[in-house]
Design a protein around this ligand. Structure first.
Ligand SMILES: O=c1nc2n(C[C@H](O)[C@H](O)[C@H](O)CO)c3cc(O)ccc3cc-2c(=O)[nH]1
Length: 340
């Protein structure tokens, strides 16, 4: 029996989680999968608590997600959203589908009853056979705010802060980000079970999610990065960058904003090598980035290059299997798959 803990953001994290679960169900059915999910994207909207990344992972594992969009529910309708827009309530550019709204209403109801987000999440998740435990990184509210130049003012240095979802969805990350700030982060604490899931894991995996606003937010919650450094489990990450471009989403814009090059090599260096007080032991890069292997190996990372695109659940399961093999090789329990 192995305990696998995955740190994940929304859309990319959900796709990887699906492949990882498929691999575990076939190869190690007794394995316990815990997914620590980013909550920096969470927001209050129309009086409801919306948790985009938790919901993307939950819907994907439940098999009820919208495969085309990558977020929200399949077979969705938007009648309530249209009513809210008619009343001028909410964000007209941020669609809350009717089925999705059911989740937000249920979650908000549980929160209003006094449950912390971690318990509310467990209650929502218990509806489905997810094959994984979902943990929000923290029960505290740590909204990611993006500092952008103020539009239309006289002062060229004036800035304003947008909630991440406004910057991401409304402006498609098009307004230059000067900084990302996780409000309330310094005084937040990891949700119950998060530190244990990392410290007591046999393997910790870092999904190919946005290194800045998804994985970065999880790791920024006091105590979590230390737990990753401390765990006896090997820590293996997957590059969200393939051939110099973000695998999905607009992670490149976030990396550029914090001065990190959009490359598989630079993101590994950004996370850092655990042996040098960083976070990773191993790193999977795409075959397009095979040039990075020698350099990262010389730095001390266990690296393999293999196709990293999630073209199907089967292919994602094979990627997950290779990530676990890399981790097991470090634990001396298995073999490293050949570098392609
Ligand atoms: O591009 C969009 N993404 C939407 N997303 C996805 C989300 O904004 C981002 O892709 C993630 O937060 C980034 O991980 C939603 C997620 C939810 O949980 C609920 C509602 C939405 C609505 C939108 C939307 O209208 N447009």
């Amino acid at each position: 029996m192995s305990r696998i803990t995955l740190l994940a953001g929304g859309v990319g994290g959900a796709k990887f989680a699906l492949g990882l679960r498929a691999h575990l169900r076939a190869a190690d059915p007794a394995a316990e999968l815990t997914i620590v999910v980013n909550t920096g994207d969470d927001l209050w909207l129309t009086g409801l608590r919306v948790c985009p990344d938790l919901d993307s992972v939950m819907y994907a594992l439940a098999g009820v997600n919208d495969l085309e969009r990558g977020w929200g529910r399949a077979d969705e309708s938007e009648r309530v959203s249209a009513e809210l827009t008619a009343y001028g309530v909410g964000w007209p550019w941020f669609t809350l589908g009717d089925l999705d709204l059911g989740t937000h209403i249920a979650r908000t109801s549980l929160l209003r009853d006094g449950l912390p987000l971690s318990e509310a999440t467990a209650r929502l998740a218990s509806r489905w056979d997810l094959g994984a435990r979902l943990l929000p990184a923290t029960d505290h509210e740590v909204p990611t705010l993006v500092e952008v130049p103020l539009e239309g003012g006289d002062d060229p240095h004036a800035t304003e802060f947008l909630h991440f979802e406004e910057w991401w969805v409304r402006y498609r990350a098009g307004r230059p980000a000067r900084a990302f700030l996780q409000q309330g982060m310094a005084s937040s604490v990891p949700a119950p079970g998060v530190l244990e899931a990392i410290e007591e894991a046999d393997v910790v995996l870092v999904a190919p999610s946005n290194p800045v606003v998804s994985i970065g937010t999880i790791l920024g919650i006091p105590g979590i990065a230390d737990a990753v450094r401390r765990t006896t489990a090997p820590v293996v990450g997957l590059s969200p960058i393939i051939g110099g471009a973000a695998l999905r989403g607009m992670a490149d814009v976030c990396l550029t904003a914090i001065g990190v090059e959009t490359s598989a090599l630079a993101v590994a260096e950004y996370y850092g090598l655990r042996a040098a007080d960083g976070l990773l032991d191993g790193w999977l890069v795409d075959t397009a980035d095979v040039d990075a292997v020698d350099c990262l190996s010389a730095l001390g990372f266990d690296v393999i290059a293999r196709p990293l695109r999630f073209t199907s659940v089967e292919e994602t399961a094979a990627i997950a299997a290779d990530a676990l093999s890399l981790a097991q090789a470090r634990r001396g329990l298995g073999t490293v798959p050949p570098v392609e």
